[in-house]
Ligand binder design. Structure first.
Ligand code: URA
Length: 229
């Protein structure tokens, strides 16, 4: 990790290094379950040299709490390590120049799930610059064996005054739980309804199984190893 930190600090591959106060490399666990990837440092991040420490960062911290993650569970970085002047959008050549650092970080941190925040992070991680964030948000993908689950950028919610839980975050929560805990709770609820017939009990369980299999990209087999979904 020290090598890549030194490389990023010394980087002059694009013009952004000339105006950046600090390179913003990352923060969090060195063996995270989840890696959040934002777009680029803003003013506060540029000053402190840490990602997501401004207003968007406060909302991200709130999400992390809602997801029930502890400090060892997650890490945070950005596509660009230098702040674009006036927080303008990252230019394609800046993303190209910085991408090897992000790839190295992903390799070293080896997260189970990457959560790109916003369009630029999603397009960069999925290597699909045609995809819109609305097409990709709250859906699961896989890139080189790592699960990817894009969300809208926290700034998007802040612009709408939404600071609590949102539908996309709920889906991420279900995805991270693998559906198992929610399914268990659901089955217990159904089992305690003793006035239901077998059919009435079984069909909602099966539809819940379908739902959670889809959400968590898993398959479900019956006792004869026949795939139910
Ligand atoms: N927005 C980002 O995308 N990254 C940060 O670090 C802060 C705000």
């Amino acid at each position: 990790m020290k090598k890549i930190v030194d490389e990023i600090k010394a980087c002059t591959k694009c013009e952004l290094c000339k105006t950046a106060t600090n390179k913003v490399i990352g923060r969090g666990s060195f063996s995270p379950k989840i890696l959040f990837v934002g777009e680029a440092p803003g003013a506060e991040e540029d000053m402190q040299g840490k990602p997501f420490v401004g207003r968007s960062g406060m909302l991200l911290e709130n999400w992390i709490e809602i997801l029930g993650l502890t400090v060892n569970d997650y890490a945070i970085t950005n596509v660009l390590k230098c702040r674009p002047p006036e927080n303008r959008d990252p230019a394609p050549e800046e993303i190209r120049a910085c991408l090897p650092f992000l790839k190295q970080q992903i390799k070293l941190l080896s997260p189970e799930v990457i959560v790109p925040l916003g369009k630029f992070a999603m397009q960069t991680i999925l290597n699909d610059y045609e995809k819109t964030i609305s097409e990709a948000v709250a859906q699961s993908f896989e890139v080189e064996g790592v699960k990817v689950f894009p969300l809208f950028h926290p700034a998007y919610y802040l612009r709408q005054g939404k600071t609590g839980e949102n539908a996309e975050l709920k889906k991420l929560k279900g995805f991270l739980l693998d559906g198992k805990e929610q399914l268990e709770e659901f089955i217990i609820n159904i089992q305690t309804c003793d006035n239901l017939s077998t059919d009435e009990m079984f069909s909602p369980i099966l539809s819940a199984v379908h739902h959670f299999c889809k959400l968590s990209n898993t398959t479900f087999k019956d006792l004869d190893q026949k795939e139910l979904c």
